[in-house]
Ligand binder design. Structure first.
Ligand code: PXL
Length: 283
């Protein structure tokens, strides 16, 4: 396995196990250098805490990019998560165009909504900008809510195969690369991930545990990026990331005091085992 250099661009929520504080340890544990451009620093994430602090770092983005450009610091992959504004999305596109090596991978998690609702602070203009960024990506990782927003489909109470096919085809039209659609549930107590790549579709179903934990989208996307950097392919990376995320939720769900995030750290050894197995199979 080649050692890769990944750049993640997203916020650092200092407490709450999401975004940057999840991406860096997981990608590093997968064996790769993980650098960050923090888009903002918050005292906690916005999902359930009151009175959190927020320090916007938008205008740092082009400055950091310029310094790295002058220093010849380049990346094998840029992975973006939660971004705070339309201006940040524009800067991210510039960074991808400037700091990625030839053939480098653009992975966009359009982290902006869940359970039929946009996160606090996002609006229609932001959704339009995210559509524009996804159109430039090699791989996008929306959940069903984000996928509906990106394709102007109404968020359904329940999905069926026909709706998922339409959503995937609309997403393919938007992105043209690989689509990893998460939270696709056809059966009670089960959920899964759809992987759509070069006209082929695969579905990986797994247990649905509880009502979902905060930050699990970031855990999933980070493990997926780790898998892609280990060159196990999008389908294997999507399956390994799903199993890892389920393990993280299982290890957290009984601890009521840990409502704000998922305990991913104790599961890292199993992630590495699953990656190793996948790598060996891929050889
Ligand atoms: O996990 C997504 C996320 C990331 N960063 C911040 C958030 C959220 C979700 O609410 O509030 C600041």
């Amino acid at each position: 396995m080649e050692y890769k250099r990944v750049l993640t661009i997203q916020d650092i929520s200092c407490f709450g196990q999401c975004s940057g504080t999840v991406a860096m340890p997981i990608i590093s544990a997968c064996g790769h250098e993980c650098c960050i451009i923090p888009s903002a620093v918050l005292s906690t994430h916005t999902g359930g805490f009151e009175g959190f602090t927020f320090c916007d770092l938008t205008e740092e983005l082009p400055k950091i990019m310029k310094h790295w450009q002058d220093t010849d610091i380049m990346f094998d992959c840029v992975y973006t998560g939660y971004l705070g504004s339309v201006q940040q999305i524009k800067y991210v596109a510039q960074i991808m165009g400037t700091l990625l090596i030839d053939g480098g991978l653009k992975i966009v998690d359009p982290a902006m909504a869940d359970n039929g609702k946009l996160y606090t602070g996002f609006d229609e203009e932001y959704v339009e900008a995210m559509k524009w960024l996804c159109a430039q990506a090699d791989i996008i990782l929306p959940n069903i809510t984000e996928a509906c927003l990106l394709t102007d489909n109404e968020y359904p109470e329940k999905v069926d195969q026909e709706f998922i096919n339409k959503l995937l085809s609309d997403l393919d039209e938007l992105c043209g690369g690989c689509v990893i659609l998460t939270g696709v549930s056809f059966n009670e107590g089960r959920t899964g991930v759809m992987i759509y790549e070069s006209g082929f579709c695969s579905y990986y179903e797994h247990d649905l545990i509880g009502e979902g934990c905060h930050g699990t989208g970031d855990i999933y996307a980070s493990a997926f990026v780790g898998g892609m950097m280990n060159e196990i392919g999008a389908v294997n990376a999507a399956c390994v990331a799903a199993d890892f995320t389920v393990n993280c939720i299982k290890g957290t769900i009984d601890d009521e005091d840990h409502w704000y995030g998922a305990k991913f750290e104790p599961q890292i050894p199993t992630l590495l085992e699953m990656l190793k197995e996948s790598e060996e199979e891929a050889e």
